[in-house]
Design a protein around this ligand. Structure first.
Ligand code: D5M
Ligand code: FE
Ligand code: ZN
Length: 482
């Protein structure tokens, strides 16, 4: 048994650490566990470790996705042929925040980010045999290492110079101008892998390859028999004078009457549910409802007309009544209590599984920082920005920009699982696309252009609803703008 399992790994070019072999032998169903690991192309390791084995809940007998273990509140039997109808929260800061008291310790956050992304990078063949920066400096040969970007400079000759750092040392890496295969745009605090060789004086490393954590190539959703549709409704901004009441009502009427809408079983709302108060200077001039509780009460009223068959997932954004620093926990009890108890409140970002599909939902505040740091990224093409997040396996790498980050001990903005659907809001655009098999969605808005957006020449694309069929992966947009 042990031998045949080890052979399964070696056939795929994966080495098995002895500790991992022991762990595998001890799981309730070693063969099933091995198959699970081998099928998980997204996370295929170069060397299988004990941690890899223990990472799979199904291996260690903790099946989170089994319908039996799902809290009743979020599960409801559907008539056949769809066997189950449920939502599972896979990862969320809510209830797990460790930012307490006044100890502000960003070191733990960045160590966790570095560790998680290094783990992803260490599975890349281009980085096999990677060593620490300190060791690289000692060996002075062709080296491979991982670092977090401390600074990015352009030299007077137009080359790029990166200051990289790991847990114990720092190094400078030179990327020659025009070198093909090497990415050009780096942002502060992203984690990259380098393969390169030392300069003659042994001071800096000339990069031959720069490796991003990246998401694996895959060909998209495999059909799963679900007949449900999930709709994405972002940036409602209730309370704003620019809230699009008529368009909203048109959408709700459609949900109630149109036969096409019958298959919608879930609505995910990725933040900016209300306009809030004191979010930007002179916001009062653009508020119809000046009390934040009344804004949520009005939202509850608007949502009350959504057909009861639809499960709603609500996430906060930068206009909502929770801490601004990300990851943001779910809305507090006093606000939840204004809503129907069937609504599921989650944090920002949040990994969800709906009918077996992994969905990563993030409001998207960091898109402001991506647009100001990376050439060629614009507010009108959020899909491009989301692709940059996936390449870096991080939703908000840049520290010190507009996106406030909370000093949690774990970095919840790392994209450690490969989602099947990735949805954002914030930029009030409507975009659907795909990157390496992952559906990308920016879920429009229900607010027309604000004075601020007018000033910055930002043109929203409101009152659109992107939808995904969970069974087939088909994706389309319903337009309620006129
Ligand atoms: O953000 C809606 C859109 O407006 C989003 O594209 C960012 C832009 N926006 C809003 N406020 C600012 C500031 N202060 N700086 C830069 N860009 C901004 P929302 O979160 O709905 O206000
Ligand atoms: Fe918004
Ligand atoms: Zn926003």
């Amino acid at each position: 048994m042990r031998k045949s399992i080890l052979r399964m790994f070696s056939d795929k070019g994966i080495l098995v650490d002895p500790d991992a072999a022991d762990a595998l032998a001890k799981v309730p169903d070693p063969m099933k566990c091995a198959k699970l690991i081998l099928e998980d192309d997204a996370n295929r390791p170069l060397v299988l470790t004990r941690a890899d084995v223990e990472n799979y809940d199904a291996c260690i007998g903790k099946e989170r996705t089994s319908p039996k273990t799902i809290p009743k509140k979020y599960s409801a039997a559907l008539s056949p042929p769809v066997p189950v109808d449920y939502i599972v929260i896979l990862k969320d800061i809510t209830g797990n925040s460790t930012c307490v008291g006044n100890v502000i310790d960003f070191a733990k956050l960045f160590n966790d980010r570095f560790g998680s992304l290094k783990k992803i990078l260490s599975r890349r063949r281009e980085l096999s045999g990677l060593i620490s920066i300190a060791k690289a400096k000692r060996v002075q040969r062709d080296v491979r290492f991982v670092g977090i970007v401390n600074d990015v400079k352009t030299t007077k000759n137009g080359h790029t110079l990166l200051d990289l750092e790991d847990e114990e040392d720092k190094i400078q890496v030179l990327i020659m101008k025009g070198s093909r295969k090497l990415p050009e745009s780096f942002v502060k605090d992203e984690v990259v892998g380098v393969a390169g060789s030392f300069s003659k004086d042994g001071e800096i490393v000339i990069a031959k390859e720069l490796i991003r954590p990246e998401v694996p190539m895959n060909s998209g959703l495999v059909q799963n028999g679900s007949e449900s549709v999930v709709a994405f409704v972002s940036d409602i901004h209730v309370g704003s004078t620019e809230f699009l009441n008529d368009e909203w009502n048109r959408f709700i009427d459609w949900l109630n009457k149109d036969p096409v809408a019958k298959s919608i079983k879930y609505i995910v709302m990725p933040g900016d549910l209300v306009d809030g108060i004191g979010i930007y200077p002179n916001q009062e001039d653009e508020l119809l409802i000046e009390d934040v509780y009344e804004q949520y009460a009005e939202l509850a009223k608007l949502i009350g007309r959504i057909p009861k068959r639809i499960r709603i997932v609500m996430m906060p954004g930068n206009h909502d009544a929770v801490r601004l620093a990300e990851p943001q926990p779910a809305l507090p009890e006093e606000i939840k209590s204004l809503f129907d108890p069937s609504i599921l409140f989650v944090g920002n970002p949040c990994y969800l599984q709906i009918e077996g599909r992994t969905i990563l939902a993030y409001h998207g505040r960091s898109m402001d920082d991506f647009v100001s740091s990376v050439r060629n990224l614009t507010y009108s093409e959020p899909g491009d920005i989301m692709r940059e997040m996936l390449r870096r396996r991080h939703m908000a790498p840049i520290y010190g920009g507009k996106t406030a980050l909370a000093p949690e001990q774990k970095d919840y903005l790392v994209i450690d699982r490969v989602p099947e659907i990735f949805v954002t809001g914030h930029v009030h655009a409507c975009a659907v696309g795909e990157y390496r098999g992952i559906k990308l969605i920016n879920a429009s808005a229900w607010q027309s252009q604000t004075a601020f957006q007018r000033m910055h020449n930002q043109v929203p694309d409101p009152a659109k609803v992107p939808m995904v069929h969970l069974g087939t992966g088909e994706i389309w947009v319903e337009d309620f703008s006129s």
